[in-house]
Design a protein around this ligand. Structure first.
Ligand SMILES: Nc1ncnc2c1ncn2[C@@H]1O[C@H](COP(=O)(O)OP(=O)(O)OP(=O)(O)O)[C@@H](O)[C@H]1O
Ligand SMILES: [Mg+2]
Length: 270
């Protein structure tokens, strides 16, 4: 499928162009445009209700913006179904963890492998039962690789619903990794975590970009984490982009400081 509507700028993987999304009287996204480069962590920050999740939902096809376009690798994906977008290579995690609570860690990741395989080999259906034995062994090896990478050995056979929140968040990251996406959209992967868990998660995200998935879009409230690991930051307020740039640029942006981030940034840099 050729690129439609703009000149591909080489290193760009995702482009959001003039997105307009409203619910009744609420303008959730207001002419939102931004680009994501390969090999980078792009953070989206902003106060509660500023449109961060709506932006991810519009990229991944869960919401249908009234106007605007989303391009992935130069192709217009605006009107595609979420499943199709996932299969094209956009993986995501949700603000509220989306795992099968009664399945164990391995099986949750196997379900994601099946979705991944349906993109590469034409296998369809929802669960992986009925796969050829050799195929299943190969997929289990991939899953064990992810379990090893995310240090989940101790919980691999435990029902996910019974595990602590921080571990479930990590398994959810593993579920997204199992899709082998080209880009990951992470919606508050560190919410509800203690400092140590946040440090672990930050490390995992940095390692993922280096070794496994070249681009990450990270929605996160913890400014310390964002300033530490993001290459680019997009700042939203009331659905509008009010600033963008490197952590240093955003930290020093008077508009951002005055609007709502001042005290948080100062706290984290003092
Ligand atoms: N399905 C929906 N129906 C109606 N309004 C919605 C819906 N989804 C989002 N909104 C509204 O759109 C606005 C942006 O919401 P969004 O969830 O994107 O905010 P957010 O930046 O992710 O906030 P938070 O930091 O609390 O997660 C809010 O006013 C929200 O109430
Ligand atoms: Mg949100």
């Amino acid at each position: 499928m050729p690129g439609i509507g703009y000149q591909d700028s080489g290193n760009e993987i995702l482009r959001v162009q003039d997105l307009q999304l409203s619910f009744g009287g609420v303008q959730a996204l207001n002419n939102l445009s931004f680009k994501v480069q390969k090999g980078q962590i792009t953070a989206i920050i902003g106060p509660n209700g500023s449109g961060k999740t709506c932006a991810l939902n519009s990229i991944s096809g869960f919401y249908r913006p009234q106007n605007g376009k989303v391009f992935f690798n130069g192709n217009d994906i605006t009107k595609l179904q979420p499943e199709k977008i996932t299969r094209l290579g956009i993986g995501r995690t949700f603000q509220n963890i989306e795992l099968y609570p009664s399945l164990n860690c391995v099986d949750n990741l196997m379900v994601a492998r099946h979705i991944r395989m349906s993109r590469t080999s034409g296998v369809t259906g929802f669960l992986y039962f009925g796969w050829a034995h050799a195929e299943e062994i190969m997929q289990r090896e991939k899953v064990e690789e992810i379990i090893d990478f995310l240090k989940l050995e101790a919980v691999r056979k435990m029902a996910v619903g019974a595990l602590p929140y921080g571990i479930r968040k990590r398994i959810d990251l593993g579920r997204c990794l199992a899709l082998e996406p080209e880009i990951m959209l992470l919606d508050e992967p560190m919410s509800g975590m203690n400092l140590e868990e946040k440090e672990d998660m930050s490390r995992f995200i940095l390692d993922i970009v280096e070794e496994k998935v070249p681009s990450v879009v990270l929605v996160e409230h913890d400014m310390g984490v964002v300033m530490d690991i993001a290459d680019e930051i997009i700042v939203l307020d009331f659905g509008r982009k009010i600033a963008e740039g490197t952590p240093t640029e955003v930290r020093g942006n008077q508009k951002v400081i005055e609007a709502y981030l001042g005290s948080t940034i100062k706290q984290n840099t003092s």
